[in-house]
Design a protein around this ligand. Structure first.
Ligand code: GLU
Length: 483
């Protein structure tokens, strides 16, 4: 039966440092933290850095930094698994002494041969296990013969009562005696993870589905080591747009990449929470404390979710719009720096520009690019569109000049600018659009953007006058089209 969770819980996030924090891992971390926030207990961070070739301190730090950025903090740790290897070896010795594990002197080639035979004969690998008498094994070890230590799997069905997937049963035939200590004496993942979960008092293991097939091994090890079994839950995979496991092929996969694409941490957090969990109603944009209050493990979904970048962009815009600009100033500043606007970060003018444009940006990169028009000197105009505007009004240059004068005579409030343009259009018997579109192009170099008079007002007297004049010259100088 699926366990009913009661608090307090001791949970952990146990990433192997790979140089970045995968969004799947981040989601696992978030759910673990949420369980503690809603049920009480402790959230532990354990860095599984035993794969020496791939792990180093910088990679570990990267995970911690990414978690901090996302606002996921831990109660205990980080603990480094690599520092606990003597303890893991000690537990392997204990299993060996109790006869629950045995030495295997076969070489990798011999094992391969056994596998082939098992496959050909249609028998299980376990039936071909060649155990050596303990005394004989001791003699061969003393003589310096290399060997691994294998854990003896029980010949019984093992059922994982999974919190997310319900009962998952593993029949005896699939169990294989597995290595817990390699020939060089180093413990394997299975042994290390179980030893650490026992020593850290973990009461619930909530991790990715890719570990489900390891869980029978872990259950058997917990039992052999005389420990109380924790609860288990396996979260479904996150898929890319191609319905395959989210990978670089289909775009960004790590928290760091989304940060660099200008996603706000609050938005990514909210998006990831909803990728496999739902509050049971149609709420989507939810504040942290609202999520904590609504969170419960029984609403974790068991089917894989597709990572929808458009939905994330939508979520990001929601956060950009709903947060106070000051609240995301630290996040937007690096993007302003990238477009040379760092000096303006935090100014009233910049805040007004961010406020005006955020509803039209999917991320901070776009936002920073858009607000550049109020600060830089350069605008580039679209020739094709400019010709189109000119074709609608053969007096366009003169009209823009008149408009500039009226703007200059106004108090530059949104209302006054609006009135100035409409009055002119009416007097000249033009549709307002005939003036609106080229004015927008003149000032911003774009055909779309925020309401025009907000834009003009924020642009200010000087720049507005300069750009309208420069655009008039540009229109005049447009080379004739040669057929
Ligand atoms: N270190 C493992 C990984 O990164 C996770 C182990 C676990 O959660 O049990 O995939």
């Amino acid at each position: 039966m699926t366990p009913k969770l009661t608090g307090p819980v001791r949970v952990r996030f146990a990433p192997s440092p790979t140089g970045y924090l995968h969004v799947g891992g981040a989601r696992t971390a978030i759910y673990n933290q949420l369980l503690v926030q809603s049920l009480g207990g402790a959230f532990i961070l354990r860095i599984e850095d035993t794969d020496r070739e791939r792990s180093d301190e910088a990679m570990t730090q990267q995970i911690i930094t990414a978690m901090e950025w996302l606002g996921v903090s831990v109660d205990e740790g980080p603990f480094l698994q690599s520092e606990r290897l003597p303890r893991h070896r000690e537990q392997a010795e204990k299993l060996l002494a109790a006869g629950l594990a045995y030495r295997d002197f076969r070489t990798p080639d011999e094992i391969e041969e056994v596998r082939r035979r098992a496959h050909a004969e249609g028998v299980t690998l376990r039936s071909l296990t060649a155990e050596v008498e303990p005394s004989e094994a001791e003699r061969r070890v003393a003589a310096g013969e290399p060997s691994v230590v294998r854990f003896r799997m029980p010949a019984t069905e093992i059922v994982v009562h999974d919190l997310v997937r319900g009962d998952v049963s593993f029949p005896p035939e699939v169990h294989e005696d597995f290595v817990i200590l390699r020939a060089d004496g180093s413990p394997t993942y299975h042994l290390s993870v179980v030893c650490d979960d026992i020593d850290m008092g973990v009461s619930l293991v909530l991790r990715g589905e890719d570990h489900l097939s390891n869980t029978p091994k872990h259950i058997a090890l917990f039992e052999a080591l005389g420990a109380t079994l924790p609860d288990f839950g396996h979260l479904p995979l996150i898929l890319g747009a191609d319905k395959k496991r989210l990978s670089k092929r289909t775009g960004a996969t790590s928290v760091e990449e989304f940060r660099d694409q200008g996603v706000l941490p609050q938005a990514l957090y909210n998006y990831l929470v909803l990728l496999g969990w739902s509050p049971g109603d149609d709420r989507e944009v939810m504040a942290r404390d609202e999520i904590v209050a609504a969170f419960s493990a029984d609403r974790l979904g068991s089917s894989a979710s597709v990572f929808d970048v458009d939905k994330l962009a939508w979520m990001n815009t929601q956060y950009m719009v709903n947060l106070d600009v000051q609240q995301f100033l630290p996040e937007v500043t690096p993007f302003l720096r990238a477009v040379g606007l760092e000096d303006h970060a935090g100014t009233e003018r910049m805040n007004a520009a961010l406020e005006l444009h955020r509803v039209r940006s999917a991320n901070l990169v776009e936002l920073a690019e858009q607000v550049g028009i109020y600060f830089g000197d350069e605008v580039t105009w679209d020739e094709k569109l400019s010709r189109k505007y000119a074709s609608k009004d053969d007096q366009l240059v003169a009209h823009l000049e008149a408009l500039a004068q009226r703007f200059a005579a106004s108090d530059f409030s949104v209302e006054a600018l609006d009135r100035a343009l409409r009055d002119l259009a009416e007097e000249e018997e033009l549709k307002a659009g005939v003036l609106i579109h080229p004015t927008r192009m003149a000032l911003s170099g774009s055909k779309a953007g925020p309401p025009l008079f907000d834009l003009v007002s924020l642009m200010g007297r000087e720049r507005t006058a300069e750009r309208l004049a420069a655009y008039g010259r540009y229109l005049q100088d447009l080379p004739p089209i040669v057929d």
